[in-house]
Structure formats: C-alpha cells, structure tokens
Write a protein that binds this ligand. Sequence first.
Ligand code: PGA
Length: 251
Amino acid sequence: MERQKIIAGNWKMHKTAHEAVEFIHKLAPTLTRTSAKVFLAAPFTTLQAAVSAAAGMHIWIGAQNMHDASEGAFTGEISARMLRDIGVHFVILGHSERRSLFHETNEWINRKVRRALAEDLVPLLCIGETLEQREEGKTEEVLCRQLEECLHAVSQEEMKRVIIAYEPVWAIGTGKAATAEIAEDTHKACRAFIAKKWGHELAHHTSLLYGGSVKPETSAALLSKPNIDGLLIGGAALDVATFSRIIEEKQ
Ligand code: PGA
C-alpha cells in the first residue's frame, strides 16, 4: 500500500476563530481536487470553530501542543481529552519552538506522545537538528536520539498512528529550506532507524513529513522524493491561495 501524501499547515500563533473559518471556507474547493490528506494545526482558541467549519470536508484539524497529564492543577494548560472532546484529530508535539522557547525535553515530549495515543489523538512528532549539529556531522545521531527518546515505550501497534515531521531547526522560518536531496537522505536515515526498532513493514507505512521554509516553488521537488510523504508548512500556510498551490502542487 502506498503512503498517502499529507499536506499539513501549522498556523502557530496566528488567526482568530473568524479568520480560521474564513480560511477553511476558501480552502474547500481545493480539498475536493486533491488526493492528499490535508491537516491544519490551529491555535487552541480557534479549534472549536475550525472543527465545525471543517465538518464534512476532507481535512483534519489539530492542535499545536497539549499537556501530558490527563487532568489536574496545571493552570493554563489543555489536555488531550479536551482536544478529543471537541473533535480534534491530531496534535503537533515536540515542535522546535516548543523545545527551544518552552524548554520541552525528549522525555517530556515522550509523555505527551503516549498521552495523545492513549486518548486517541494522532501525534505529529517533530524532530530536527540545529545548524551547529549538522555542521558537526551529528544530524543522524541527533535525530535517532530524538526518535528513540520521544517514542520510548511506544508499541508497534501504536506506531501505526504516529506521524513524524523532520524539521531542521536551521530551515524553520528562515527561508532556507533543505534541498530535496538533503531532506530525502535524512528521511531515509530516519526510516532505517524506525525499521531497526519497529520492523520494516511498520517503517514502510510510517508517514515522514518535511518541514522548514516550504514554499510553492519548492514543494513539488520535495514531494517527488520517495521517502518524503508530505509537508509541514508554517509561513506558507497562512495565506489560503499559497497553501492551495502547495496542495495542488502548482509552482
Ligand atoms: P516555516 O515553519 O514553514 O514557516 O519554516 C515550519 C514549521 O515550523 O512547522
């Protein structure tokens, strides 16, 4: 079975509920013309409106973070159960901005991944190396450690629901996307690690997305690579026309 392409937008801290609904309505015609799975990760305050606006459309609405506990005295936090309750399908975990700005560790991300799985949310786990790590030749080592630690104690059965996004830190929001060749080589190494840990069949079915400065001009080359199963898009997912061009693979 072929892996279906996934085009995921990450709005980060952008868009009000009204803007999110307007975006989804404008995106609707594009969704009828693509065989790709389309995901949108929206801010917490827009999720309910986005889920309602997306009803009946081929699109999954997701969150950008969650807490790892099931509930409790965690002022200002949101649980997986709360997300599931309003119809959220997936959650981005371990984004590099969460790691660097909010000090999330692999161990903490692992607890979140396992909580998401237990609550029937699809975890979209982000991994990526810094420029310094790449220049020191440590990319593979860093990524394998992130995979090992963030996916610790995740069973083969659970792994079927995990999606992974390779997002080199040096490419996020910088305009310097990895070339399709660099991304493909890195994805190949990640898939080999997954095969070693969970078996070849599971690795073959795992969706590996690339993220970091993806634009309509670069998306087709990235998607043409055999190990790149989709894209996680920040800046270029804020404008509906630009995001639609990527979904429709129009340069
Ligand atoms: P970017 O963000 O496309 O703006 O580089 C990607 C991401 O952070 O997921």
